[in-house]
Design a protein around this ligand. Structure first.
Ligand code: SF4
Length: 691
């Protein structure tokens, strides 16, 4: 059905008129969101709104309210009976607004027309403060990735300081972390029984603040652990770092402990998470009566880029057991995979094919990592006691069932759909699961999967993320040795040749990750050149809240071992690392030459900058280099002990942000990307009221 043919009541109301049209005089819940309202299961506010509606409550959304005028957007619906829900949107507002180099982006994928300036910085805090000013007696419940990952003392890269729990900074009453469905249903259930909001203290996956003199809420199933106080973290970086191990472990356990942290005279109380969502619960979240369209109010304001990117895609599962140290997916969605049923996935595929502008191409049959669908522990009683942040690092767990059969079955079913010409897998594929030397207990389905993907589901380029070539840096990233990427490429090339596919393999890499030094980047450039790559999908590390890498960036130590690690921090150091990706650009070559000279890596100058093809035997990959020479110091040994490397001599400041607009499906979603033409001066004028 076309957008204009649908009654407005097919969407959740976002204006007073739409509320009145439903005959509602009062609302139970009002959601304030930093994103435009897209009624699609990929957009958190839509899912949350549909759950509340499904539970029989009257709900309205106020998307992207103007926070700079007389606050009419916040007042237009009056006050709700139960609570205000507040979210910054699908991304942390600071990751959305700024590049890795802290330059303001000129675009916003979650706003019509891709326009920037419709959401405040630190949106969750800003919105909550306004609500508490206007309606001090109405509870505010926070959710979404910004609140979730800022639930405890965290490093904020953009203000370069530690911030307390967002509950403290905002003044909100409660916070739901992770995916919100289960805690939200529990909140609604208890409120409907007449439990006052401030008595909701034993709901899993929620956090709140209470006076220290108050007794801790009772729950006989939970043990409580206390982490270093916010004040101690401010005084001592090691205290902050050591907190993280507990926070990460408790977030990823099946039977976790409750965490408390002192903030001034209060206790921050973080209840343990819910169990992983069942297939039935997952299906329900995706099967609500979404229109799968942006609200018609945005019609004249242009397309919403994030929606355009996913409108023909289908998400099959949530969670990721990779545990990469720079990534927030498992911190937010959890380590255990929650999968949808095949029936629910095929139902959504049918919806997509029925869309009027569908041309026969599904853009993504995926998930946070494409090939984790239905994967879980063989013996789940072992998982129940597990504290590992990753199921596949440093080795693939012997208890992990990595059969790709359920995934192959769905790919084939979708492939056979009469209205589908091609269904692509656009989400990142964990290549390491497909390499027998690394995934030692893998069955034959990994080969079958790889053939199926390369022959039927690649749009000409397959993107995978080795992230680095230096094994020492990869270890800190919680990624496998680069030798496994070589093995994957070999297998990829064989299939490509066998079926005459002529498709490109595109690897992703990160510069300036904690533990990575300039010489690692020089070796990365040389090794990838030798493999025939001219890199383009690259990014500079951004320390986003609640990752291992961010803890190392700020504290200088690894949170699990408290061992010191070097991180490139100054613009010059970061630029120096980043430019190695682009050895083939003439404007960087003389700088790279000088740097290689300074690093004593003259042998790489010929390999990297000479036009003549190099003989293979001249080249030694970085991992082989240290592995074969018993007297050579492992790179990590050289790095440990260096906490703050000096700035390089290259004083000229240049913007090295990515020059592409922000892409919510790219790796930038996790760590930030950029646009060099960011401009803040018109921001105020751009902010409009939608009333
Ligand atoms: S036991 Fe293995 S499969 Fe289970 S959670 Fe731990 S690492 Fe993952």
């Amino acid at each position: 059905m076309q957008i204009q043919d649908r009654p407005i009541t097919d969407w959740l109301p976002i204006t007073k008129k739409e509320v009145e049209r439903r005959g509602w005089e009062e609302l139970d819940v009002i959601l304030i969101s930093g994103d435009a309202y897209v009624d699609h299961p990929a957009f958190g506010p839509a899912v949350i709104g549909r759950i509340i509606e499904n539970e029989g409550y009257k709900i309205a959304i106020i998307p992207q309210p103007n926070w700079k005028d007389d606050l009419r957007d916040f007042k237009k619906m009056g006050k709700p009976k139960l609570f205000f829900g507040v979210t910054a949107g699908c991304m942390d507002s600071m990751v959305n607004h700024y590049t890795a180099n802290k330059r303001r982006r000129s675009n916003d994928s979650y706003t019509p027309g891709g326009e920037a300036g419709f959401r405040p910085d630190y949106a969750t805090i800003e919105y909550t403060k306004i609500l508490k000013e206007l309606y001090p007696d109405v509870p505010v419940l926070l959710g979404g990735i910004e609140a979730s990952l800022r639930r405890v003392t965290h490093y904020d890269y953009w203000s370069d300081r530690l911030m307390p729990s967002i509950l403290e900074s905002s003044g909100a009453d409660m916070l739901v972390y992770g995916m919100g469905e289960q805690p939200l249903r529990e909140v609604l259930k208890l409120l409907s029984k007449g439990v006052p909001f401030n008595s909701l203290t034993t709901i899993p996956q929620t956090a709140f603040i209470r006076k220290q003199e108050e007794e801790l809420p009772k729950n006989k199933n939970w043990e409580t652990i206390e982490i270093n106080s916010h004040e101690k973290c401010l005084d001592d970086k090691l205290a902050y770092a050591s907190n993280f191990k507990h926070i990460e472990q408790e977030s990823n356990k099946l039977h976790a402990n409750r965490i408390i942290q002192k903030i001034g005279e209060n206790n921050l109380i973080i209840n343990p998470p819910f169990y992983t969502m069942t297939e039935e619960e997952m299906d329900q979240s995706f099967d609500f009566p979404y229109t799968r369209l942006p609200h018609p109010k945005y019609k004249k304001r242009g397309a919403i880029p994030a929606y355009d990117m996913i409108k023909f895609s289908v998400n099959m599962h949530r969670g990721c057991f990779g545990g990469c140290s720079f990534c927030t997916i498992s911190a937010h969605q959890g380590k255990f995979i929650a999968s949808r049923s095949e029936k629910s996935i095929m139902k959504e595929v049918n919806h997509v094919t029925a869309m009027p502008d569908f041309k026969g191409y599904i853009s993504d049959l995926g998930g946070p990592s494409a090939n984790m669908y239905k994967m879980k522990g063989i013996d789940e009683s072992i998982c129940e006691k597990c504290v590992s942040p990753s199921c596949i690092h440093p080795v693939v767990c012997h208890n992990l069932d990595t059969s790709h059969q359920p995934l192959i079955d769905i790919y084939r079913k979708v492939d056979e759909h009469p209205d589908i010409k091609k269904a692509f897998v656009g989400s990142g594929i964990r290549y390491d699961l497909l390499v027998k030397d690394y995934n030692k207990r893998a069955d034959d389905t990994i080969d079958e999967y790889m053939e199926q993907v390369l022959r039927r589901h690649v749009s000409g380029r397959l993107k995978v993320a080795p992230e680095h070539t230096s094994d020492a840096t990869l270890k800190i990233m919680r990624k496998p040795s680069f030798k496994h990427f070589h093995a994957f490429k070999k297998k990829y090339d064989e299939i490509d040749k066998k079926y005459n596919l002529n498709q490109q393999l595109i690897p992703y890499f990160i510069s300036s990750h904690p533990g990575c030094e300039a010489q690692d980047m020089a070796h990365l450039a040389a090794e990838t050149k030798e493999m025939g790559f001219k890199l383009e999908q690259v990014q500079d590390f951004t320390p986003t809240p609640m990752t291992v890498a961010t803890v190392i960036y700020y504290s200088g130590v690894h949170p699990y071992t408290l061992k010191p690690y070097y991180t490139a921090k100054s613009k010059e150091e970061k630029l120096e690392q980043h430019q190695f990706f682009f050895w083939y650009k003439s404007e960087y070559q003389s700088k790279i030459r000088k740097r290689l000279e300074k690093l004593g890596l003259n042998d790489l100058t010929i390999k990297l900058l000479s036009r003549a093809p190099q003989k293979k035997e001249d080249f030694k990959p970085a991992h082989a280099k240290y592995g074969s020479n018993k007297n050579a110091k492992p790179q990590q040994e050289q790095k440990e002990g260096k906490r703050n490397g000096k700035s390089r001599n290259d004083k000229k400041k240049r913007n090295f942000d990515n020059d592409k607009p922000f892409n919510p499906k790219s790796k930038n979603f996790r760590s930030g990307g950029g646009h060099p033409n960011s401009n803040n001066k018109n921001r105020k004028n751009k902010q409009k009221s939608y009333k």
